[in-house]
Design a protein around this ligand. Structure first.
Ligand code: NAD
Length: 341
């Protein structure tokens, strides 16, 4: 059993904890938190040992009547691997703690790539993370693009990717984020950071990305154009992508016309927190056109920012501990989380 410590029990941390608990070969050793909020209560209710992440905030837990199992350094020492799911920038500060205890750690996409030896997407470069000490599970958008690019590259070759990312302004609970009534080129300069981030997974990929932010909390939407090296028809590409376990090709007759309907669908299907771990890609949007530089492929996909990185974290745990190869890990993760819609 791999003992997994989770430092930061917020949007990503609590989802990773739940996914780890579903796996037959790992268990949550404990979770570390800074505040005795409702998520701390949830951890305790779920029977997870709770550790205080910041020394001078330990009193707050006592005042709130929440019992701590210890401080975060004990959790790190007692874990085989730590998933750092703290806010952007804090992970890099925590690296020293993991080094002190010689505990391998996973960081999240909000950290700079330099924080880790490998930027990770299970479908694309699992092998590079095997036995690595520090791995960064790339962001939600980079995960979504990497899952798409990996099979296309293998099957057809990719000359160039151009993607426009219409991004949610904030997660549902982030009441301070915006815009409230605006549409922002974000950043207004090109490329957005997403293209370079995808290149941390595929260093030789030619990719340009543009970003916008809109008043939405549900999901991101990608409008993607990929120039393929060899010819392909739309039905062939659709079949290829439908064969990917972490891509859900939305059939034409479902009436799912956007992110709202997708979230409703996930809730109706009993998905925890209404999570959509898969890229949700509209089958009807898959279009190909022969051009001078290759075959141009166009499509739309929606990415659930709060959850698509969760199965990737589970696989990264197996990679750094050398517990399984890519195929075995992804199959185990998917089966036990209930991947597939
Ligand atoms: P979050 O704010 O929801 O959760 C972070 C948690 O860490 C909170 O519970 C916070 O109290 C706690 N925390 C703060 N300082 C801490 C410290 N020093 N030690 C331990 N815990 C601390 O953030 P999130 O959305 O879960 O993001 C975590 C990481 O995942 C970031 O790198 C982010 O960029 C990345 N990420 C977020 C999303 C998303 O859409 N939310 C998607 C993909 C990746």
């Amino acid at each position: 059993m791999i003992a997994v410590g989770i430092n930061g029990y917020g949007t990503i941390g609590k989802r990773v904890a739940d996914a780890v608990r579903e796996q037959p070969d790992m268990r949550v050793r404990g979770v570390a938190k800074t505040s005795p909020n409702h998520e701390a209560e949830l951890a305790v209710e779920n029977g997870l040992p709770l550790y205080g992440a910041v020394e001078d905030r330990l009193d707050l837990f006592e005042e709130a009547g929440i019992e701590l199992a210890g401080t975060v350094d004990v959790l790190v020492a007692d874990s085989d691997v730590v998933v750092d799911a703290t806010p952007s920038g804090i992970g890099a500060q925590n690296r020293e703690l993991y080094e002190e205890h010689d505990t391998p750690a996973l960081f999240q996409g909000g950290e700079d790539a330099e924080v880790a030896d490998v930027s990770f997407n299970a479908r694309s470069n699992y092998g590079e993370a095997v036995d690595a000490d520090y791995v960064r599970v790339v962001s939600c958008n980079t995960t979504g693009l990497s899952r798409l690019v990996a099979p296309l590259r293998k099957e057809y070759g990719v000359e160039k990717v151009r993607a426009t990312l219409v991004r949610r302004g904030g997660d549902p609970a982030q009441s301070g984020r915006g815009p409230i009534n605006d549409i922002l080129p974000d950043p207004v300069t090109l490329p957005s950071h997403h293209g370079p981030d995808v290149k941390t997974v595929f260093p030789d990929l030619d990719i340009d990305t543009l970003g916008l932010k809109v008043p939405a909390t549900l999901m991101h939407m990608h409008s993607v154009n990929v120039t393929l090296s060899t010819g392909a028809t739309a039905p062939e590409v659709r079949d290829l992508l439908a064969g990917e376990d972490r891509i859900h090709v939305i059939p034409e007759d479902t009436g799912i016309d956007g992110a709202g309907a997708l979230k409703e669908y996930a809730l109706d299907r009993g998905r925890p927190r209404g999570d959509l771990w898969e890229n949700c890609l509209w089958g009807e949007s898959v279009t190909t056109e022969d051009g001078p530089g290759g075959t141009d492929l166009y499509l739309f996909q929606a990415i659930h920012q709060e959850s698509d990185v969760v199965p990737e974290n589970v696989d990264a745990i197996r990679a750094v501990t050398g517990a399984a190869d890519r195929e075995e890990s992804m199959a185990t993760t998917d089966e036990n989380m209930g991947m597939g819609l």
